[in-house]
Design a protein around this ligand. Sequence first.
Ligand code: ASP
Length: 323
Amino acid sequence: MKTIQKMALGALFALGATQANAQAFPARPITMIVPFAAGGPTDVVARIVGDHMSRTLGQPVIIENVAGAGGTTGITRAAKATPDGYTIAMGHMGTHGASPGLYPNLAYDPQKDFEPIGLAAGTPILIVTRKDFPAKDLKEFSAYVKANENKINHADAGPGAVSNVTCILLHDMLKVNPVTVPYKGTGPLLNDLMSGKVDYACDQIVNLTPQIKAGTIKAIAVATEKRAPALPDVPTTTEGGLPGYKVSAWNAAFAPKGTPPEALAKLREALVKAVTDPGTKAKLEELGGEVPDAKGASPEALAALVKSENERWVPLLKAKGNK
Ligand code: ASP
């Protein structure tokens, strides 16, 4: 065969392969990075949603827990992954909303380095304690924390995690600065809260509902306007006398910037199908998750959410750091 013929044939093969790849996405399993330990809220949401997405995509969605630095280690890995649709991440209000306010040299820009896939769930924040913590409501909790600031152990999942930034807000309001025990996620934190090794935390509802119901931990208040339907007995922070403490988090899926539009379209479609599926929705709602409709799970809505959360958290946390 003449060289020119070989080249033409090669080009034809390359074209065919590219087209086949584009059409065939996904041709192999997809990795969803969870930037915290297994068993925590991000992991739980990722597994519920990922399970349904894998049915739509016809390929497994494999959860990879890459914990560290308040979730920024895993999200940095996702930002730098080959943008082919085969590596995505389950981020949250901390990794994509708040972290740039705490890490001056953060290796990713939440607004520029990702293609939003969509919101998986809103997750109200609760203040929770070990079950024998000597406070039955928010007033007693606040008084006890203030009086015992030097004795108690607050726990969180590291700087920039949801549990970290939401308790920064709380501590600011209570004017306390207790010792903080760091964890690789609020999954392992919850185990130590149940066994009484640590005293309290601010955490996402989806990690807490079963344990609150079982009485293995104590819920002090939910930081939303209204009580959570999954936990109707838990008073709001307004009822507890701290109406200024209102904070809710969320989990959402992101792909690295430059992921091909065909792959993104499939991932987005699979996410919307997952959250609007009655079974998936019920599982998330049972845990207290606020499940978006198709519009709420759109990439446009997620891009707007990330922007507004950056506007809320970054100046607030930077100002705190400069104090
Ligand atoms: N949501 C994290 C987790 O899944 C922890 C956090 O952000 O506080 O463990």
